[in-house]
Design a protein around this ligand. Structure first.
Ligand SMILES: NC(=O)c1ccc[n+]([C@@H]2O[C@H](COP(=O)([O-])OP(=O)(O)OC[C@H]3O[C@@H](n4cnc5c(N)ncnc54)[C@H](O)[C@@H]3O)[C@@H](O)[C@H]2O)c1
Ligand SMILES: C[C@@H](O)[C@H](N)C(=O)O
Length: 373
């Protein structure tokens, strides 16, 4: 009886939801006739029957990168340790393995992914697996496979099982013909990296699945993310993490971008909180499915000046990496995140001075601890 009530409620809701008018006909995403990948008009029933009071059961893909472990930590605090599963194709370090559920998952293996979702009754999927901008330019084939083919698997699984799906996009989804100062949510997007192209593809496919199949797709365009306890995975904004380690250890840093290269940036705590907030936001608050979020914008010389306030002898030199420089020159300098602020109340906590103090304190205390042990 409760199932029938849920289905009736869901059917009514589907008919009333303006973006989902097309749900009246069963539609198959892939062409195989009786395929587990078939997404039917009732694809959203699972998420409708998922009560708001229940904790979601979350799977994070690519969870051993710069962002995944931190996200797992805050989600586990909120939803319980066993309700958040980290996954990756790499072997987890022992502290991660012992901090909560971890599972091997290659996003290119559709069957394995489906098994994990089914066996663990996953309701939210946070899709972090990716090949980032600089590494992507060095290995286009790999970036295409992971960022595009992998995404297709994720979208189909999420639609088939009625999951709420988060896929991060990036400032890299814009290009030289986009307005750069500031860059609004909706404007020309012609990125010149395979990373950027794959992220525009992800935004468009996610939104298409939302309108076509009712997939609860949510996407934030992150700026460059800065973290102390996790290393970035081959991006163009990585200098803004490395500078703190080198400044703290050696008092100097060789930067691979030009002194005046201004890019939008964010401290990791703000980024992870934004991710939780948009995932928890009631559907009615989301006037869009892909939002810019921002905290600050700075150039290497401005960052170095702020570091110098705390380490007066700090020296920065420049040895330009032309591939990274060309990428950075095509990206936004300032990010307009007014829609995120208006729709679901996005507000950052960390500006440049707080970022620098927090990073240097963290890295300083970490290296003091390492010396003491
Ligand atoms: N870190 C940033 O500054 C930033 C900014 C904007 C957007 N993002 C996005 O956020 C997400 C997470 O970023 P990150 O910095 O943690 O990335 P990262 O490069 O540090 O980690 C990516 C992870 O994906 C995993 N991976 C690669 N191929 C895989 C496969 N076939 N199956 C499963 N996992 C695979 C890797 O092992 C790695 O642990 C990415 O989608 C990225 O595009 C990050
Ligand atoms: C900006 C972001 O997507 C990533 N840090 C990169 O530089 O590739």
């Amino acid at each position: 009886m409760p199932v029938i009530r849920a289905l009736t409620k869901a059917a009514k809701q589907a008919l009333l939801t303006p973006g989902c008018r097309c749900r009246t006909a069963a539609t198959s995403v892939r062409t195989i006739s009786v395929s587990p990948r078939q997404v039917t008009s009732d694809a959203s029933f699972h998420s409708v029957s998922f009560s708001e009071t229940d904790h979601p059961k979350v799977l994070i893909t690519g969870g051993l990168g710069q962002l995944g472990v931190g996200l797992a930590k805050i989600l586990r605090k909120r939803f319980g340790n066993n309700n958040v599963i980290l996954s990756d194709i790499r072997k987890p370090p022992s502290h991660v393995f012992h901090s909560g559920p971890f599972i091997y998952s290659d996003i290119l293996d559709y069957k394995n992914l489906r098994e994990i979702v089914v066996n663990n009754r996953i309701t939210w999927l946070v899709h972090y697996s990716a090949v980032l901008s600089a590494v992507g330019e060095a290995n286009v084939q790999l970036a295409r496979e992971v960022n595009i083919t992998g995404l297709h698997n994720i979208l189909d699984i999420a639609a088939e099982h009625g999951l709420r799906l988060f896929v991060p996009s990036t400032i890299g989804a814009f290009g030289p013909t986009s307005p750069r100062d500031p860059t609004p949510d909706l404007c020309v997007q012609r990125p010149r990296t395979i990373y950027g192209v794959s992220k525009v593809h992800a935004e468009l496919m996610g939104e298409y699945y939302h309108h076509r199949y009712g997939l609860d797709f949510r996407c934030l365009r992150y700026p460059g993310i800065i973290s102390a306890d996790s290393q970035p995975g081959g991006g163009t904004t990585d200098y803004a993490v490395a500078i703190f380690h080198d400044a703290s250890k050696n008092g100097k840093f060789e930067c691979n971008l030009k002194p005046g290269t201004r890019l939008p940036m964010m401290y990791i705590d703000d980024c992870l909180r934004a991710t939780l907030e948009v995932m928890e936001a009631p559907t009615e608050q989301l006037s869009m499915r892909t939002y810019n979020i921002n905290a600050m914008s700075f150039s290497p010389e401005e960052l170095a000046a702020e570091v110098k306030k705390q380490i007066p002898d700090f020296q920065i030199t420049y040895n330009i990496d032309h591939i990274r420089q060309a990428i950075a020159d095509s990206w936004p300098m300032n990010f307009d995140d007014g829609n995120a602020r208006n729709d679901w109340g996005w507000k950052h906590d960390y500006d440049l001075p707080e970022l620098v103090t927090t990073m240097l304190n963290f890295i300083g205390s970490d290296s003091r601890l390492a010396h003491a042990n």
